[in-house]
Design a protein around this ligand. Structure first.
Ligand code: GDP
Ligand code: MG
Length: 166
């Protein structure tokens, strides 16, 4: 099996951290600073039987200037070319304009869209349900998977779920 998976989300939600964990190598630059990832960075996870190409994207946000505009287009261009789009959100922060902007774009995407709730190491499990409900009211998701990209919690389950879409 082989396939392509895009990781999208507003800045600092943990896209690069997740990509690094998925491919087991530090290839994307992780940072507290926004917009460290200026171009598409691809990581390939390979086993004996499969190859999954993960595409990290610049944090999508409403473009304020030309470079921002280019970055948004770069991220958006991957949405319809992949087997799965992972919409990564940070459970420690409220859904904001950045998330809403992405959700509007995702409404026009034909590929399966996963809601991936990241940084669950930072919240009590009881706090997840209302967050999930809030996002489900905005968009229909093919799958909803809570993870911690930082400590790896549930990332293997995420990969298993992705596999069923390849
Ligand atoms: P990106 O802008 O979406 O690529 O975000 P990064 O991967 O650069 O991560 C932004 C910050 O969030 C970094 O300080 C990461 O260490 C932190 N981070 C990422 N994933 C997690 C997580 O699962 N738990 C916690 N506590 N921090 C995380
Ligand atoms: Mg990044």
């Amino acid at each position: 099996k082989s396939g392509f998976v895009s990781i999208v989300g507003r800045p600092n939600v943990g896209k690069s951290t997740l990509l690094n964990r998925l491919v087991g190598q530090k290839i994307a630059i992780m940072s507290d600073k926004s917009q460290t990832t200026r171009n598409k960075i691809q990581g390939i996870a390979t086993t004996d039987t499969e190859q999954i190409v993960f595409i990290d994207t610049p944090g999508i946000h409403k473009p304020k200037h030309r470079l921002g505009d280019f970055m948004v287009e770069t991220a958006l261009s991957t949405f319809n070319e992949v087997d799965v789009v992972m919409f990564l959100v940070n459970v420690t922060e409220k859904r904001g304009p950045g998330d809403n902007y992405i959700i509007e774009k995702l409404k026009h995407v034909d590929s399966p869209v996963f809601l991936v709730l990241n940084k669950i190491d930072q919240v009590h499990p009881d706090e997840l349900l209302p967050i999930i409900e809030d996002y489900r009211n905005q968009l229909e998701f093919s799958e909803i998977v809570p993870i911690s990209a930082k400590d790896g919690n549930n990332v293997e389950h995420l990969v298993k779920t992705i596999r069923t879409y390849l």
